[in-house]
Design a protein around this ligand. Sequence first.
Ligand SMILES: NC(=O)c1ccc[n+]([C@@H]2O[C@H](COP(=O)([O-])OP(=O)(O)OC[C@H]3O[C@@H](n4cnc5c(N)ncnc54)[C@H](OP(=O)(O)O)[C@@H]3O)[C@@H](O)[C@H]2O)c1
Length: 262
Amino acid sequence: MRQVAPQTWWVTGAADGIGRAVARRLALQGHRVHISSRSRTSLERLAAEFPGQVQVWPVDVADRVAVLGLFATDPLAPRALDGILLSAGICEYIDLPDLDSDSVARVTSVNFLGVVHACEAALPLLRSAGAAGGRRPQIVGIGSMSSYVGFPRAEGYGASKAAMAYFLDALRCDIGHEIDVTTVFPGFVSTRLTAANDFPMPFQWTVEQAADYIVARLGRGRRRLAFPWQLHCLLTLARWLPGLWYGSLMPRLARRAVKSAP
Ligand SMILES: NC(=O)c1ccc[n+]([C@@H]2O[C@H](COP(=O)([O-])OP(=O)(O)OC[C@H]3O[C@@H](n4cnc5c(N)ncnc54)[C@H](OP(=O)(O)O)[C@@H]3O)[C@@H](O)[C@H]2O)c1
């Protein structure tokens, strides 16, 4: 791993999966890491591996008031952040003909608004780090390749990730002169989130591969990171050729909704 000067990071979604693997790598590099998710126990297990270096801040990122108050009064709270990595996310699929807008709202409140809340809370702390000199602060959001094109059953999940990616693009326009903003577009990574998927997941990466890829590219001012390259190329092509994607390929992949008679 590259040797870099110690920094202070906040990682959301650090109880599991990509967020946890990235947080561990940052701690192994000697950085101070503040970790969040809803489940305290899982966060404390990770923090126990790095006594005094990893701090636990349980929070539901969908709860704006809780997120904004997270670092408000605690003496252990960071006064400046060199980077935030926003990995908290959930996936729910829509099974038409029932278009469940509650499900879309749940996914949106975590995957999109959760990112907005975390940025709102962290911006003053990122600016503090920037004002103190040294490296440019970083915002890194974990999006998804599902936002490249429409996917069956992803009306909620894919849309929440597209909204998040747009939000980060717009934020970059406004704060890019002082803070680097990176959106990560993973394909399929083997985690709790994908464990329930009952469809083929081509070019799947392990969580270790994903975390290594992301951490190796932090601090380089990259606007977008996408992996694996094979899926990135295929889905980029699909975006350029919507007639082929929506006209020929998707109808073959889309699951036919079957409702049993009442
Ligand atoms: N795995 C993939 O193939 C894949 C592909 C593309 C994008 N992604 C994205 O990558 C990110 C991480 O996913 P993953 O695969 O690592 O999933 P994961 O293993 O299920 O981890 C998700 C993390 O988010 C936390 N979380 C969920 N809801 C939360 C909430 N309301 N508030 C705070 N924390 C919350 C979870 O902890 P708690 O349950 O304790 O809160 C957990 O730590 C997600 O944004 C996901 O959409 C994943």
